[in-house]
Design a protein around this ligand. Structure first.
Ligand SMILES: Cc1cc2nc3c(=O)[nH]c(=O)nc-3n(C[C@H](O)[C@H](O)[C@H](O)COP(=O)(O)OP(=O)(O)OC[C@H]3O[C@@H](n4cnc5c(N)ncnc54)[C@H](O)[C@@H]3O)c2cc1C
Length: 379
């Protein structure tokens, strides 16, 4: 049985054509100048690529999680940054809104977000707490008939340019941890102070530090229930961990393809680099690792699509292993390219830096192992 249908292959064709036409030409500019690809985002919106799992009635791709992984793999093959940007946009923000927001919220926000006219960001992490997200300190307090939000978010992808934040805030005591967290769908206004953050890889993704100063929200801006935010956050991250595995597969492929071409053309000691058995073994190691990563990512997405109880374990296994594979394959690609691989002319160099975030963002490798152990121990 194939995990991917003909429909997924059509999505792949669209995503690949889009990536080569619109993303490839700006990938280096994103990386070198920290350029945020506003126009390419709109183009992706026209094709449903930006929000692959949002229903077509809202302007999204109308696909399942495997469709999203296909899109992210193809985007990642030309730019880890663009792929991660779409993952945070289309899955952490838009898929979560689609899964948990009210009909009114969805009708108001999703069409603009799916079209790429309005940007959405998922704002959970804080300077105090990333892995320990249940300890977040951003507060939302009831004053009169309104909610007043104050706090500080950190590392938020698309955050600098976002028009809407899916924001996790504390609505009870710190000691209550995850039981006192509420998710708000907050439109950007003057109460939000955004500062860009310079990062090592996945550049051009609008990574930002955000300060929320007396931001006012109404009951209508709550997603789900008061103090019911943890369920939304966990579900979204579990799905995101599979989606980001697609980014990892793409980044590994992008570096592999360049290194393979390099080995075919580079001459040394009177022969081609590819004719040395060590190079052949390296190419084989990299290809085998990419196929492993791909199998994991698509299998985990399939388990989600068919609502299998095994999904949770595989989501964390896929995230852990695909991130490691992306770092390992991109490192080997740089090595095959020698001095060129270490230069800014090499794409492998960019992919190597892009890959590292995959072991940190949306849960570090250590957090993945923590969850895998917990699931094994519970059995
Ligand atoms: C480029 C980028 C984009 C991001 N985008 C977003 C975004 O869009 N939205 C968002 O909300 N967040 C985002 N993040 C934040 C990201 O999810 C966090 O950085 C990540 O979860 C790690 O949290 P931390 O940085 O606070 O590190 P910490 O949690 O302080 O971790 C530090 C170290 O401790 C280790 N550690 C943690 N727990 C344990 C444990 N139990 N046992 C042993 N070791 C442990 C970690 O693995 C890590 O090595 C982004 C981060 C970056 C860098």
């Amino acid at each position: 049985m194939s995990l991917l249908t003909q429909e997924h292959e059509l999505v792949r064709k669209t995503a690949r054509e889009f990536a080569e036409k619109y993303v490839e030409p700006i990938a280096r500019k994103m990386d070198r100048e920290n350029y945020y690809p506003r126009e390419a985002i709109r183009e992706a919106g026209k094709l449903g690529i930006l929000t692959p799992t949002v229903p077509a009635e809202y302007g999204g791709g109308g696909g399942d999680l495997r469709s999203a992984v296909v899109v992210l793999e193809e985007l990642g093959r030309v730019s880890g940054g663009f792929s991660l940007l779409v993952e945070a946009y289309g899955i952490l923000f838009a898929d979560a809104v689609n899964n948990f927001a009210s009909r009114r919220q969805k009708e108001e926000i999703l069409p603009k977000v799916a079209a790429g006219d309005k940007i959405g960001a998922f704002a959970l992490s804080e300077p105090c707490c990333g892995s320990d997200a249940a300890a977040i300190q951003t507060r939302s307090e009831r004053r009169g008939g309104e909610w007043v939000i104050n706090g500080h978010k950190m590392w938020i992808t698309n955050g600098y340019y976002a028009d809407y934040y899916l924001l996790a805030a504390r609505t009870g005591p710190l000691e209550a941890r995850h039981k006192a967290i509420t998710v708000f769908l907050l439109p950007r206004s003057n109460c939000v102070e955004a500062s860009p953050i310079e990062v090592m890889g996945v550049r051009g993704t609008g990574t930002a530090e955000l300060k929320f100063n007396d931001c006012v929200a109404s009951d209508d801006d709550i997603v789900g229930e008061v103090n019911g935010g943890w369920k939304i956050i966990m579900h979204t991250l579990n799905v995101g961990r599979v989606a980001i595995s697609g980014v990892a597969v793409g980044v590994a492929r992008g570096a592999f393809e360049e290194a393979y071409q390099w080995a075919l053309n580079r001459e040394l000691f009177g022969k081609k680099l590819i004719d040395f058995q060590n190079t052949q073994f390296e190419i084989a190691e990299m290809a085998a690792a990419i196929e492993t990563a791909r199998a994991l990512a698509y299998y985990a997405a399939y388990l989600y699509d068919v609502k299998s109880p095994d999904f949770l374990m595989m989501s964390h296994v896929a995230k852990l292993q695909t991130a490691r594979i992306a770092v390992d394959v991109t490192r080997r690609a740089v090595q095959i390219e020698g001095g060129f691989g270490y230069s800014k002319e090499s794409k492998a160099e960019m992919f190597y830096r892009d890959a590292k975030i995959l072991e940190i963002g949306e849960g570090t490798n250590e957090v993945m192992k923590y969850v895998v152990f917990k699931l094994i121990h519970k059995r």
